[in-house]
Design a protein around this ligand. Structure first.
Ligand code: TXA
Ligand code: MG
Length: 337
C-alpha cells in the first residue's frame, strides 16, 4: 500500500481513515503512535501485524478528554480524575478497570486498560472527529527505538500503514508515564514524561515496579507486559556507563575500539573525535536528553559501528525515563563507576 503524508490541513481525512478501520501514524507529544479504531478488533489486529508485536502485549486507548473515561472504564477512582486534571492532556497513561465494550485484542485479555489523553491538538481533533478511542502503540517496528519524527516512523512503517499525520518532532521524546491505579498504593509501571516526583507529590506513596530498574528474569511477569521485551535496541550492542560524567567519558575513551560509536553529553563530544558521536544534550538538560535519546539510538543503524558506549544520565526527574530507555537498549548491560 502507498502510505500517504498528511498534515494538520487533513484532519477530516485522517479521522475518516480511523473510522474506516485503517492504520494511521499519529503525532503525540511523547512519540509517534500507530493508531487504529480501538473498538474495531480487525483494525486493532492490523496494528499487531504491522508492528510485528506479540499478541500478549496490550495497547493503550487515546481519548480527546477526560469525559471519555467513563465510556470505557469501570469503578474509576477519584484519584484518576485528580491526575487527569493535573496532567491531561499530557504524557500520563492511567491503568484502570475496563468495561466489556473494550475488545480483548486491545487489552490482551486483561480486565484493565491503559487510558491516555495526548497533549497534541491535531491528534485530539482526529480522535474526536472519528468519535472512537484510538488504540496506539509507539509507531516503531517491535523491538526498535520509538519514533520521535514522522520520518523515523516511516523508516519502519512505509507501505504498511494508510497514512501518517506529520506534526513535526515530538516535544517530550520518551513515551508516557504509566501508572496503575487498580492497586494500592498506585504503581509506576513505566517512567515517562510525567516524573515519579510529580506523581508522588500528587498521590503520596507510589510503588515502583521492579521492571523499571532491572532486567526481568525469564518467566518473571512485569505488570506492564511490554516491559519484559528487549526494546529500543539499535543493531549494535550498547554498554551504559553510570557515574560522574568526567569519569564516564574517561572510562569510555580508554576502552573504545576503532569502530565504536558513542552517546554522550554535549560537553564531552570533543573526547570522542574520529568516532560516530550522538550528543544528547548538556549534562543538566534532561528535557533535551529525553527529546534526543531515541533519535540517537536510531542514528547508529545507519552507521558502520561494532558497538555503542553511552554516558548515563542520573535517575532523578525525567532522567529515570531516559535511563530506563537506555538501559533497555543495552539489555541492562550497565557499568557503574
Ligand atoms: O507515549 C505513549 O504512551 C505512546 C504514544 C503513542 O501514546 N504509546 C506507547 O504505547 O508507548 P506502547 O504500546 O508502545 O506501550 C504501552 C505499554 C506497553 O508496555 C504495554 O505492555 C503497557 O503499556 N500496557 C498497556 N495496557 C496495559 C494494561 N492494561 N496493564 C498494564 N500495562 C499495560
Ligand atoms: Mg512501544
Amino acid at each position: 500500500m502507498e502510505t500517504k503524508r498528511l498534515t494538520k490541513e487533513d484532519i477530516p481525512a485522517a479521522a475518516r481513515i480511523i473510522a474506516a478501520g485503517g492504520l494511521l501514524g499519529i503525532p503525540t507529544e511523547t512519540v509517534y503512535g500507530l493508531g487504529a479504531n480501538g473498538l474495531d478488533p480487525d483494525a486493532v489486529k492490523a496494528i499487531f501485524t504491522a508492528k510485528g508485536r506479540p499478541q500478549d502485549n496490550p495497547l493503550i486507548l487515546h481519548v480527546p478528554d477526560v469525559s471519555w473515561l467513563e465510556r470505557y472504564c469501570e469503578d474509576v477512582p477519584a484519584t484518576a480524575y485528580g491526575l487527569a486534571q493535573r496532567f491531561w492532556p499530557g504524557p500520563l497513561t492511567m491503568i484502570l478497570k475496563c468495561k466489556p465494550t473494550v475488545p480483548q485484542v486491545v487489552t490482551a485479555g486483561l480486565d484493565t486498560v491503559g487510558m491516555r489523553c495526548p497533549d497534541c491538538a491535531v491528534t485530539r481533533l482526529v480522535i474526536a472527529g472519528a468519535d472512537v478511542p484510538v488504540a496506539a502503540p509507539s509507531g516503531n517496528a517491535s523491538g526498535r527505538p520509538s519514533p520521535t519524527t514522522a520520518a523515523a516512523m516511516l523508516e519502519d512503517m512505509e507501505g504498511k500503514i494508510d497514512a501518517i499525520l506529520d506534526d513535526g518532532p515530538c516535544a517530550v521524546g520518551v513515551e508516557s508515564t504509566i501508572i496503575d491505579l487498580t492497586v494500592t498504593p498506585p504503581r509506576l509501571l513505566r517512567p515517562g514524561g510525567v516524573t515519579l516526583e510529580e506523581l508522588e507529590e500528587a498521590l503520596g506513596e507510589v510503588a515502583v515496579d521492579e521492571a523499571v530498574r532491572r532486567l526481568m528474569a525469564p518467566g518473571e511477569q512485569p505488570k506492564a507486559p511490554g516491559m519484559k521485551y528487549r526494546h529500543y535496541a539499535p543493531k549494535a550492542p550498547v554498554t551504559v556507563v553510570k557515574g560522574d560524567p568526567d569519569m564516564t567519558a574517561g572510562y569510555i575513551v580508554a576502552r573504545m575500539g576503532d569502530k565504536s560509536g558513542v552517546i554522550c553529553f554535549d560537553e564531552f563530544k570533543g573526547y570522542f573525535r574520529g568516532h560516530p558521536v550522538e550528543a544528547i544534550g548538556p549534562v543538566h538538560d534532561q528535557a533535551q536528553q529525553a527529546r534526543r535519546i531515541f533519535e540517537a539510538l536510531r542514528a547508529f543503524d545507519h552507521l558502520d559501528v561494532t558497538d555503542i558506549w553511552a554516558q548515563s544520565p542520573t535517575d532523578e526527574g525525567l532522567g529515570l525515563a531516559v535511563t530506563n530507555r537506555l538501559n533497555k537498549a543495552a539489555g541492562f548491560h550497565i557499568i557503574e563507576l
